[in-house]
Design a protein around this ligand. Structure first.
Ligand code: TXA
Ligand code: MG
Length: 359
């Protein structure tokens, strides 16, 4: 049985948080909102509790978890030899959607870090998440609260869809703010290196840290084959059940809309409102499900709707979805990272490729 606890994200009810914290302290599992996506949490010092996370998600054991702490002052409970550069950074960016890979200490069980000598640590900017960690009194290990390979969960309803009956508690705390996961930076190397683009943009991080290393492969490799950077990045991820294909050129969206008319099964197009308007300009779309992700002028809006859009694709009668490209700047880098992963390398670049795909 899963207990649902509804909590106000702005003014979390202390008693309700306390109930969820009891479950964490007792070795149970609690799905909770953060500013990025919902997490599936357990006591980060309790190896048994953390093993339930892997079981519930169907997550490979070599994919380590992120430890969530309530304040930078908790760093020495999980990390070793934290340097001045890191302390200065966290003072400015935490709580916030930025995860740091640091040397871990021996209190962190091996299962959390998949045996690595480092741990990924973050302090989330969300009152429910922070309140839950504080009241539990322990770091909370939490991956995103989706089943392994599925799109991440940005709404309570998504969590219910994936985890009802599997976890002890799901907190209903409204929608996640950013909708894409935290940015992961490896601080154990010089210069600090981006492992996963996320809600905290590289441009912002560099204001605090100076130049960081952004591996050329960070999104490049995902376009076709998979070269892993963070351990978890090598797995197919974030993926809808239906096939998702990236249109390398916007004109192919128009071509797809025309070709759809002659198809047996409908197709879905995932795009901005500007592109949707252009597609509907003067024509009546037939055999198409339009999934509007937000505005080309506000990629934060697109990020917030992206995973919901992937889940919406699965709910349509469409045979497959075609998604537009977004500019890989700012939060766009994280958006396209998730799109490449969800598409698993499939894209169309020419009209004949599109025809072949749809036939
Ligand atoms: O926004 C987020 O980060 C969300 C919320 C719930 O906090 N969490 C999240 O967790 O996205 P998850 O498990 O879906 O992704 C964690 C990523 C994986 O790619 C994993 O391989 C990487 O972090 N990771 C964890 N520990 C690591 C380590 N020691 N070194 C390198 N990568 C690590
Ligand atoms: Mg995940």
């Amino acid at each position: 049985m899963t207990e649902i606890i509804r909590i106000d994200p702005i003014n979390p009810e202390t008693g309700r948080l306390a109930r969820a914290a009891e479950v964490i302290k007792d070795g149970g599992t609690v799905a909770f909102p953060t500013e990025t996506v919902y997490g599936l949490g357990a006591n980060g010092f309790d190896a048994n509790a953390c093993s339930r996370i892997f079981e519930i998600k169907g997550r490979p054991a070599d994919n380590p978890l992120i430890l969530h702490i309530a304040a930078a002052s908790w760093l020495n409970r999980v990390a070793n030899g934290v340097d001045r550069r890191t302390l200065d950074l966290v003072e400015k960016v935490w709580p916030g959607p930025i995860t740091l890979v640091l040397k871990r200490n021996n209190d962190v069980p091996d299962i959390v870090t998949a045996g690595l000598k480092t741990a990924a640590i973050r302090c989330p900017a969300h009152r429910i998440a922070l309140g839950l960690i504080e009241q539990s009194g322990v770091p909370i290990a939490a991956p995103s609260a989706n089943l392994s390979t599925k799109p991440s969960t940005t709404k309570f309803e998504h969590v219910l869809q994936d985890l009802d009956g599997k976890v002890d508690v799901i907190i209903d705390g409204g929608d996640a703010t950013f909708g894409v996961e935290s940015t992961i930076i490896d601080m154990t190397v010089n210069p600090p290196t981006l492992l996963r683009p996320g809600a905290f943009t590289v441009e912002e991080i560099e204001r605090y840290l100076g130049m960081i290393k952004v591996p050329k492969t960070i999104n490049q490799s995902l376009k076709s084959d998979d070269v892993a950077i963070a351990p978890g990045m090598k797995y197919r991820h974030y993926a809808p059940d239906k096939k998702l294909v990236l249109a390398n050129d916007d004109t192919l969206l128009h071509a797809a809309a025309e070709l759809a008319v002659g198809l047996k099964d409908p197709i879905a197009i995932l795009c901005s409102k500007q592109k949707a308007n252009a597609l509907m300009n003067g024509v009546k779309l037939r055999n198409i499900s339009l999934i509007v992700l937000g505005s080309d002028d506000n990629l934060y809006e697109v990020a917030r709707n992206l995973f919901d859009g992937f889940r919406a694709l699965d709910a349509t009668g469409a045979k497959l979805g075609i998604i537009q490209k977004f500019d890989e700047k700012g939060i766009g880098l994280a958006i396209m990272n998730r799109v490449y992963k969800a598409a698993g390398g499939s894209s169309v670049g020419t009209f004949s490729e599109l025809k072949e795909l749809l036939n």
